[in-house]
Design a binder for this molecule. Structure first.
Ligand code: BG6
Length: 487
């Protein structure tokens, strides 16, 4: 008999990151992180993900002395640090089964190098996870979501130096121990592939600390260190928490050939293989041969310790998680019109509509992504980010009629359901983001993703009051019906 609909215990919920919601950037012992350097950017198109000002040692030196939280909006977030109970209660009201959050590394180890962790930071997350448990919400915790301690970035040029592996593994070890009775699902690195697109945000790499012409090589070196760290943390997690599950996290950049010209098909194939590479290492435990050849051709030498390959091989992940916002198209031809996207641009696809920020909306692409990923990895999948950034309007009676958001989700859920019915093992879905937060790419507040509106503008003015949008009531019904209520 054909199976219909989503699995019985499907994990519906939402996802967010510490640096985009918590605020409280300089209290209770928290140290500065790379996220605290991100400046507000008013451009709608995202052609420079690292922010308004190019990252340099000089810029960082100035920014770290500056106490402002208007220019650096991630410092203020949406004050989840003080309002987490109210927010979690709203998520519970929607019926959330799961919530993906991250732990800000610099809240636990302010510079990354302390002997002892910061108890106040540890206590904060214990409070959050305990509250989630009380409300019946399963936590999925990301250990690295663009929030490396700034000191490590400056001192070691981020993940370029191998020593950072030890610091990260120690931070994770402390978290795994402390939360072993509260958290079962863990993700090591958010969008590990994003190191190529924004090396500072993802891996603390500062361009002027890289010898000329060596930046690309150092990016691959830092990535290798993250792979090794991820494998070591996976092993540690399995040792410390019985029945725990560790996942990798990929930006799924499903790319179509712009035309059926074989040249377009070939460049597209290569682009897709490069995107898979990041999950391949974490799932199969080895570098794909074609990536090794590509590195050789580019004269890129990644230094590996003698047992690195063995570590990668032995400690692979239990499941695959990914973000999906849009598909891309690729062409061998130069000069074609580009479309915007999360930190990456593809050739514009004439068949697709786009969000207010120009990200092309492609629900069928989500189904294609699910089928491809499951066929390749044969591991349980979870979508841990998907959603649309949009301008919302608060009516005079306080209502927010975000029918465009409902439409977006509805179309994506239909495709998810079809993929599941075709045999894909999908065990959960967390929307990005269940509540309005500070955008990762532009640090805007006006780029709203949530089912819950937060009264704050781009300059940080507002009461921070939370309001339910129409989509709040709609998503609640979707969860109640386990994905059957879609119309
Ligand atoms: C993903 C990140 O790339 O995209 C999130 O993991 C981010 O942190 C999301 O918020 C959406 O991007 P943006 O720039 O619209 O916030």
């Amino acid at each position: 008999m054909t199976k219909k609909g989503f699995p019985k215990h499907f994990l519906w919920g939402g996802a967010m990151a510490a640096n985009q919601v918590e605020g409280a950037w300089n209290i209770d012992g928290k140290g500065l992180s790379v996220a605290d350097m991100a400046t507000y950017k008013s451009n709608l198109s995202l052609d420079d993900y690292e922010g308004h000002v190019a990252i340099s040692s000089e810029f960082i030196e100035k920014a770290r002395k500056d106490k402002d939280d208007k220019v650096y909006p991630k410092r203020r977030g949406i004050d989840f640090y003080h309002r987490y109970k109210e927010d979690l209660a709203l998520f519970a009201e929607m019926g959330f089964k799961v919530l993906r959050v991250s732990i800000a590394w610099s809240r636990i180890f302010p510079t990354g190098e302390e002997e002892k962790p910061n108890e106040k930071g540890l206590q904060f997350y214990e409070n959050v996870f305990s509250e989630m448990r009380k409300l019946g919400i399963e936590p999925i915790v990301t250990l690295s979501h663009y929030e490396m301690p700034l000191t490590l970035s400056i001192k070691y040029n981020g993940w370029v130096e191998r020593k950072v592996i030890d610091h990260f593994v120690r931070f994770c070890h402390v978290c795994l121990h402390r939360y072993k009775d509260l958290v079962k699902y863990w993700l090591t690195f958010n969008e590990i592939d994003s190191i190529h697109r924004h090396p500072f945000t993802t891996a603390g790499i500062i361009p002027d600390l890289c010898p000329e012409g060596k930046e690309e090589e150092l990016v691959y070196q830092a990535l290798h260190h993250q792979f090794v760290a991820s494998a070591l943390v996976t092993a540690d997690c399995h040792r410390i928490i019985e029945g725990s599950q560790v996942g990798c996290m990929l930006t799924k950049l499903t790319t179509y050939p712009h035309t059926c010209d074989p040249k377009d098909v070939e460049v597209t194939l290569k682009k897709n293989l490069h995107n898979y590479f990041f999950a391949d290492v974490q799932v199969f435990g080895e570098y794909p041969v074609m990536i090794e050849r590509m590195l050789e051709r580019k004269n890129i030498h990644v230094k590996m310790a003698p047992n690195d390959r063995e570590i990668l091989r032995e400690h692979t992940v239990d499941f695959v998680s990914f973000s999906y916002y849009m598909s891309l198209t690729e062409s061998a031809q130069e000069g074609l019109e580009k479309a915007a996207g999360n930190t990456i641009m593809g050739v514009k696809n004439p068949y697709l509509p786009a969000t207010d920020w120009g990200w092309q909306i492609d629900p069928v692409g989500l189904k294609i992504s699910l089928i491809e990923l499951y066929d390749r990895y044969k591991k349980p999948l979870i979508i841990v980010e998907n959603g649309m950034g949009a301008f919302d309007k608060v009516e005079s009676d306080g209502a927010i009629h975000d029918e465009y958001r409902i439409k977006y989700f509805k179309e994506h859920f239909k495709q998810m359901k079809e993929a599941v019915e075709e045999g894909v093992d999908l065990f959960g879905y967390t929307s990005w983001a269940p509540i309005d937060l500070i955008s990762a790419g532009t640090s805007q507040m006006s780029k709203r993703y949530g089912f819950i509106h937060v009264d704050q503008d781009d300059e940080g003015n507002g009461t921070l009051e939370r309001r339910k949008k129409d989509s709040f009531y709609w998503y609640k019904k979707v969860i109640e019906s386990n994905g059957e209520y879609l119309d």
